[in-house]
Design a protein around this ligand. Structure first.
Ligand SMILES: Cc1ncc(COP(=O)(O)O)c(C=O)c1O
Length: 494
């Protein structure tokens, strides 16, 4: 292992040049998309997926008969069919056909230490032997985990453990409304805060509003509003307008930008939003489901020095185990949360769940977070993210490709088609059908790139994002770059 680690305390060594990234992304979407040469794609499909992934294919065919879409989680789907994984250890995955992969999906961002660390496995056996995974009564690991979170997060005096990041977001919104007695919630366009009804508004694509809210009555998201990322003036206009329309209970943002920083934010944006929330009496919610215990032990809020009123957490805080969700905040805000049924005085927000804070996930979270701190895992994984990004940029330059690579610590983005910048409001309504067709074409190209990465032994997040983990090292990253290069060499025009 040859990582040369400077302990900085943060996963980010240098904040990206946000304007430069947007310039590159704009260039990407205004030039014709370039994907794999058709013959190369065909070769990957025939010589890899059809020949070397036969058991995965058979498993997918079986699953498709009884599972909608053949997978239970959208991140598990990949073109031409999802792989069935039988082993996950450290930085690597092995599929049912025995093929090995470098794991940049990292449990959907849950395993900053890499898969299945022995230190957590040992303790898991102990907890299961002693009391099983659930008693629905208090366990001391709950207090240990809660104390750890409170000690690290500047914006958290008290914490409620929940079942998922989605639940944390739902609870945060309810809590903000009870506490402020105001109605509206402002989110950033394209922001993903889980799959609950109210935040499904303006999700994934900026400006889309309620167009993708299938199965959700309009009244349910009536008080969710959208503002474009980085547009401070629009945020103030919305806050001002809301003063006469029920007020703003909260502004919810991912502090690194929507979709784990895919739409990056200006460095001073979170601070500006904090100031606006104070001016208009709204609470500020940071969704740190992805950035918590990744950007720094105190999350992105520690990095930016901006303290939100409520923080939502998930993923890493259960170390890859189920029931990964938490909602924390300032004491005076958290007092509006009901403990059990009822609570003391006044109106209380009810949140909870049978398996929330079970002994197994509380232990996994506590032991994982202690290990992340002990091994400087945020910095280690962040430096590896820098190395991967730097290498990708060099390859992009070497092959004169329009692709864009950037990262925030261990969250690495590789945009090959730029659909991320698609923005409904940029087009006249009669241009939309053509644009939507183009987006579908571009998405197909990205999916094919994802398949090529997979065939070269790289599991990515949907072919456009990678999580580096502390189980990786420089050699693994350099090996991954060689594999990326093999794909880049097969792109049209190279
Ligand atoms: C920023 C963000 N918030 C919330 C969620 C929802 O978390 P969960 O999948 O645990 O419900 C996610 C999931 O990917 C996320 O990325």
């Amino acid at each position: 292992m040859s990582n040369d680690i400077d302990k900085t305390g943060f996963g980010i060594t240098e904040y990206h040049n946000t304007q430069e990234i947007y310039r590159e992304l704009k260039n990407l979407i205004t030039t014709p998309a370039r994907g794999l040469k058709p013959a190369e794609l065909k070769s990957y499909l025939t010589n890899y997926f059809e020949s070397k992934c036969k058991k995965s294919k058979a498993e997918f065919e079986k699953a498709s008969k009884i599972i909608p879409g053949g997978v239970q989680h959208n991140q598990a789907f990949s073109y031409p069919f999802p792989l069935t994984i039988t082993k996950a250890k450290g930085a690597h995955l092995v599929d049912i056909d025995g093929n090995e992969y470098i794991d940049f999906l990292a449990g959907g961002g849950t395993t900053l230490l890499g898969s299945s660390p022995d230190i957590v496995n040992e303790k898991a056996k102990e907890v299961i032997d002693n009391c099983g995974p659930c008693t629905c009564l208090h366990h001391e690991y709950e207090t240990l985990l809660a104390q750890f979170i409170v000690d690290k997060f500047p914006g958290i005096d008290k914490v409620r453990l929940l079942g998922s990041g989605t639940e944390a977001g739902m609870g945060a919104i309810r809590l903000a409304r009870v506490h402020t007695k105001k109605k509206n919630i402002i989110k950033l366009g394209a922001g993903f805060h889980g799959w609950s009804d109210q935040v499904s508004y303006a999700q994934r694509i900026a400006g889309i509003g309620g167009l993708e809210c299938h199965g959700i009555p309009r009244a349910v998201y009536k008080h969710t509003q959208e503002v474009y990322p980085n547009d401070v003036k629009a945020m103030e206009r919305m806050l001002k307008r809301n003063r006469y329309r029920g007020g703003t209970a909260a502004v919810i943002i991912e502090p690194m930008g929507p979709e784990s920083g895919t739409r990056p934010l200006d460095y001073d944006y979170p601070a500006k939003v904090r100031a606006l929330c104070d001016k208009y009496g709204a609470l500020l919610i940071f969704d740190e489901v992805v950035t918590g215990f990744r950007i720094a032990m105190g999350g992105a809020q520690e990095y930016f020095g901006v303290t939100p009123d409520i923080t939502t957490l998930g993923k890493v805080i259960a170390g890859g185990y189920p029931a990964a969700g938490a909602l924390g905040g300032k004491k005076e805000v958290m007092e509006s949360l009901a403990g059990g049924i009822g609570g003391k005085k006044g109106k209380k927000a009810h949140v909870g769940g049978t398996l929330a804070a079970n002994p197994l996930s509380s232990m996994a979270g506590y032991v994982t977070l202690k290990e992340i701190e002990r091994t400087n895992a945020c910095e280690v994984a962040g430096k590896l993210g820098d190395r991967l990004t730097k290498g990708l940029k060099q390859l992009i330059q070497k092959y004169n490709l329009p692709f864009v690579a950037y990262n925030q610590a261990s969250m690495v983005h590789l945009e090959t088609v730029g659909t991320v910048l698609f923005d409904i409001n940029l087009f006249k309504f009669w241009e939309l059908p053509g644009k939507i067709k183009e987006i579908h074409k571009r998405k197909d190209i990205m999916t094919h790139m994802g398949a090529a990465y997979m065939a070269e032994g790289l599991v990515t997040v949907g072919g456009s994002r990678m999580f580096t983990t502390a189980a990786m090292n420089n050699e693994i990253i350099d090996d991954a770059l060689t594999r990326f290069e093999r794909v880049f060499m097969k792109v049209e025009g190279v």
